[in-house]
Design a protein around this ligand. Structure first.
Ligand SMILES: *[C@@H]1O[C@H](CO)[C@@H](O)[C@H](O)[C@H]1NC(C)=O
Ligand SMILES: *[C@@H]1O[C@H](CO)[C@@H](O)[C@H](O)[C@H]1NC(C)=O
Length: 458
C-alpha cells in the first residue's frame, strides 16, 4: 500500500494555510450555540471536576423521529499524570466547570440540520465536558487539602449518565456513546459500562473518534506514552477483562482491551493522527534538540527521513488496529489525514461532495461515516484536501477570518489535489494567484469491511 505525504511549495504553503483556516472558519459558522447544564446534584455524590466543581454538559433536545435516540459525545483534552500537571489543569476549563464557556458550538455530528448531519440531526445530542484529566477513570475518595484535587472522573461519568437517563434517556430506543480524543478513549474504556447503565431494550453502540492511541516508541526509542499512561491509569475503573491480565497503564491503550468489549464498537481515526505524531511519536522530551519542532507544526517542513518515520508510525498504527479483534460488532474507518478528531467539524464530517450511501464514494470527505455500513466504504476514500494541507488547527487565528474563497474557483483547485499526481498547477482564487506543486502522492487510507457493525440504526 503506497504511503506518503504531499508537500506544497514553501512560498505558497503559508497562503494555503490561510486559505484552509479561512475555509474552516467559514464552515464553523454553520454551527449553533448550545448552553451549558451543570449537574449540581452530582456534587453530593462526590462526582466532581478536579477542583470540586460540578460536572457539566451541553444538551440539544431531539425532535421528530429522533426524539428517543441519544448521542452522548464526550469532549477531549489530553490527561494529567501527576499532581503538578493536574494542579495546572485544575483551574482551567479542563478541570473546573467554573472556567467553562457557557455555550459551545454544535456542528458536524452534533449539528441539528439535516443537510449537515442527516443521521443524527434530530437525535438528542449531548456534549459532555471533560474535567477530570483521566478519561473519566479516577475514583479516589481522599482529597488532599493541600492541593484540593479531586480524582473522581468515574463518578462524574455515572452522575452524568444518571442525569441524562432522568431527562429521558431511560426511554431511549438507540443510544450511542461517542467522543473525541481523550473523550474517544473514554467511549472505548466505558463502552460496556455504558451498556449496563442503559435499559436492556435500548440498542447501544460506542464509537471513538481519534481515541485509538497506540503504544508506540518515541523517536528517541523511549516509551514515553507507556510511562505516561502508567501514571494516569487507575485500575479501579478500567475494564476488568484487561486489568486481570495487564497493568492499568497498558489497559489505557485500546489495542489491549478493545477485543474484549462486548458492545458494538466503531473506530474513526487518522493513521497519521496529528496528536499522536506530536505527543507519542515525537514528544518534546524525546526530541531535546527540537529537530521535530517545525515538522510537527507544519508537515511541509518535515525532512524525508522524518516523513519516513511518520510513515512507519502509520504502519504501527495499522498493526495496532488488530487489537480491535475481528468480531462482526466492530467497524472502523481509518484515513490518512494528518488530523485529530474528524466528527465534530462540518468539513470533516459531511460536505456537499461527501459520498453517500448507495452511491460510489468519491475521493474526498469522510462519509457520514457512522451512517454507512462499513462494507460500503471505499478503501480509497480520501479526506478533504484541506486536511492534507492543514498544518495545525490551532494555527488558525482571528486575523484570518476575513478570507473568502469562491466555491467555483475552488473546484479546479480541489480537483487538482484529488488527481493525486505529481504535478504543478496554477490557480487564481480571489485576488491571489496560487501555484501548487504536489511533490509526493497522497497516502491511501484503509477501510475494512464489517457489514454488521454499522452504527446506523434504522
Ligand atoms: C509530572 O509529569 C510531567 C509530564 O510528564 C513531568 O514533566 C514532571 O516532571 C512530572 N512531575 C513530577 C513532580 O513528577
Ligand atoms: C477471527 O475470528 C476467527 C473465528 O471467528 C478466529 O478463528 C480467527 O483466529 C480470528 N482472527 C483473528 C486475526 O483474530
Amino acid at each position: 500500500m503506497p504511503t506518503s505525504t504531499k508537500m506544497v511549495d514553501g512560498r505558497w504553503s503559508q497562503w494555503l494555510n490561510l486559505l484552509v483556516c479561512g475555509l474552516l472558519i467559514l464552515l464553523k459558522t454553520e454551527g449553533f450555540n448550545v448552553g451549558i447544564t451543570y449537574v449540581e446534584n452530582a456534587v453530593a455524590k462526590g462526582a466532581v471536576c478536579l477542583d470540586g466543581s460540578p460536572p457539566a454538559y451541553h444538551f440539544d433536545k431531539g425532535f421528530g423521529a429522533g426524539i428517543n435516540n441519544w448521542l452522548v459525545h464526550i469532549e477531549g483534552g489530553g490527561w494529567c499524570n501527576n499532581v503538578t500537571t493536574c494542579l495546572s489543569r485544575k483551574n482551567t476549563r479542563l478541570g473546573s466547570s467554573k472556567q467553562m464557556v457557557k455555550e459551545v458550538a454544535f456542528s458536524g455530528m452534533l449539528s441539528n440540520k439535516q443537510k449537515f448531519n442527516p443521521d443524527f440531526y434530530n437525535w438528542n445530542r449531548i456534549k459532555v465536558r471533560y474535567c477530570d484529566g483521566a478519561s473519566f477513570t479516577g475514583d479516589v475518595e481522599a482529597v488532599n487539602p493541600a492541593t484540593n484535587l479531586h480524582f473522581r472522573g468515574a463518578r462524574v461519568f455515572l452522575a452524568v449518565i444518571d442525569d441524562l437517563l432522568a431527562k429521558g434517556m431511560k426511554n431511549a430506543q438507540n443510544a450511542i456513546l461517542s467522543g473525541c480524543s481523550a473523550g474517544g478513549l473514554t467511549s472505548i474504556l466505558h463502552c460496556d459500562k455504558f451498556r449496563t447503565l442503559i435499559p436492556m431494550g435500548t440498542k447501544v453502540k460506542c464509537f471513538a473518534d481519534a481515541g485509538y492511541f497506540i503504544n508506540s516508541k518515541d523517536v528517541s526509542g523511549g516509551q514515553h506514552i507507556q510511562t505516561f499512561y502508567n501514571e494516569v491509569g487507575s485500575s479501579k475503573n478500567l475494564p476488568v477483562s484487561c486489568t486481570s491480565r495487564l497493568s492499568p497503564g497498558l489497559c489505557f491503550f485500546p489495542q489491549y482491551l478493545a477485543r474484549q468489549i462486548q458492545t458494538p464498537l466503531f473506530i474513526i481515526n487518522a493513521a497519521y493522527d496529528s496528536w499522536q505524531i506530536k505527543n507519542i511519536l515525537a514528544p518534546g522530551v524525546a526530541d531535546p534538540h527540537g529537530t521535530w519542532h517545525s515538522c510537527k507544526l507544519d508537515i511541509n517542513n518535515c525532512s524525508p527521513s522524518q516523513l519516513q518515520i511518520m510513515q512507519s508510525f502509520r504502519l504501527q498504527f495499522l498493526n495496532a488496529m488488530s487489537g480491535l479483534g475481528n468480531s462482526t460488532s466492530r467497524g472502523l474507518f481509518i484515513d490518512s489525514c494528518y488530523a485529530h478528531c474528524q466528527t465534530e467539524m462540518q468539513e470533516t464530517w459531511l460536505r456537499a461532495d461527501s459520498p453517500v450511501l448507495g452511491k460510489t464514494l468519491g475521493r474526498s470527505g469522510l462519509p457520514s461515516a457512522l451512517a454507512l455500513p462499513v462494507s460500503h466504504l471505499d478503501p480509497f476514500a480520501c479526506c478533504p484536501p484541506s486536511l492534507y494541507l492543514m498544518v495545525d488547527f490551532g494555527a488558525c487565528s482571528a486575523e484570518q477570518e476575513g478570507l473568502k474563497a469562491d466555491p467555483i474557483e475552488m473546484t479546479r483547485f480541489v480537483d487538482f489535489i484529488q488527481q493525486n499526481k505529481l504535478q504543478t498547477g496554477s490557480f487564481i482564487i480571489g485576488s491571489n494567484e496560487l501555484t501548487l506543486t504536489v511533490k509526493m502522492s497522497l497516502p491511501i487510507p484503509i477501510a475494512k469491511d464489517r457489514p454488521d457493525s454499522s452504527l446506523f440504526i434504522s
